[in-house]
Design a binder for this molecule. Structure first.
Ligand code: JD8
Length: 262
């Protein structure tokens, strides 16, 4: 996968040299480049912002540098010779929610282009113009306000990169993690069996894989019912067996709509 990031704070992405993303880059699984938006300014002060039309607080990012940056990083020439134009992702508090499902979708792309806004945001015409030739997605991390799009790109890139084939050693672990099957994951334990008076649940040391799997399922159901009842309501009823339904009812948690196994 090729990834280009445009920001006025390119140093924000130094962490992408580290850990599994750093290794994915070394292995050529991820070709990532970070670009300073000011590269595409033409004035001596390298200006990227100006006052908002219609008044109001703060500053807005100017369209011209962004237009030239996107022209350079997503040139139409890419398309004729069969290379796909990149998918443009623009973090914004007004964007569609970023989810694990979107992470899986983005992991199928060959080229992602991230535009990091700052100040009050990017002049809307940049996105309107880009939408005439690129697939553009405004995406939000969640209902809270950040200073800019950079940390959102770090989050999105980590969620997408770990889904790329060859990045995670034991890809198997992708299947039973939170949000992979609509439930939060059960609590995890490792040695020592007793720590500061806290014992590891006996079932996990029993070696009885049937009992262990049932315990973990019940813990995942109970934890999800307690912390994320919205996820229980969104579960396809057919994935719940009689024991699951009994666990949810025992916990007093609402069952998902539809006919569940009783
Ligand atoms: C991009 C500028 C700051 C936002 C005035 C504060 C994402 N979940 C999220 N929360 N906030 C962002 C986000 C914030 C951004 C930019 C993303 C560019 N800002 C602005 C509007 C109010 N300031 C985000 N993803």
């Amino acid at each position: 996968m090729r990834v280009d990031i445009v920001s006025i704070f390119p140093d924000y992405f130094a962490p992408l040299d580290l850990s599994l993303i750093g290794r994915a880059r070394e292995q050529g699984l991820l070709r990532l480049a970070v670009h300073d938006l000011r590269t595409w300014t033409r004035d001596v002060h390298r200006t990227v912002d100006d006052t908002p039309y219609g008044g109001g607080p703060g500053m807005v990012m100017r369209p011209e540098p962004w237009g030239e940056a996107l022209d350079a990083l997503a040139p139409d020439e890419l398309a004729p010779d069969g290379l796909t134009l990149p998918r443009l992702l623009v973090p914004s508090p007004a964007g569609v929610p970023f989810t694990q499902a979107m992470a899986h979708e983005l992991a199928t792309e060959s080229h992602l282009l991230f535009a990091c806004g700052r100040y009050e945001g990017i002049d809307q015409r940049v996105l309107d113009h880009a939408s005439t030739r690129l697939r553009v997605t405004e995406v939000s991390l969640g209902d809270y306000v950040l200073f800019g799009g950079e940390v959102a790109v770090l989050v999105i890139l980590e969620a997408v990169t770990r889904l790329l084939p060859g990045v995670l050693g034991n890809a198997g672990s992708l299947d039973d993690e939170s949000h992979a099957h609509g439930l939060l994951e059960a609590p995890m334990y490792t040695k020592p069996a007793s720590w500061r008076g806290h014992e590891v649940p006996e079932v996990l040391r029993s070696g009885d894989h049937g009992r262990i799997a049932r315990w973990r399922r019940d813990e995942a159901l109970t934890r999800t019912g307690t912390r994320r009842p919205d996820m229980i309501a969104a579960l396809p009823p057919e994935i719940l067996d009689k024991r699951d339904v009994a666990t949810l009812e025992r916990g007093g948690f609402p069952l998902p709509p539809g006919d569940v196994a009783k």
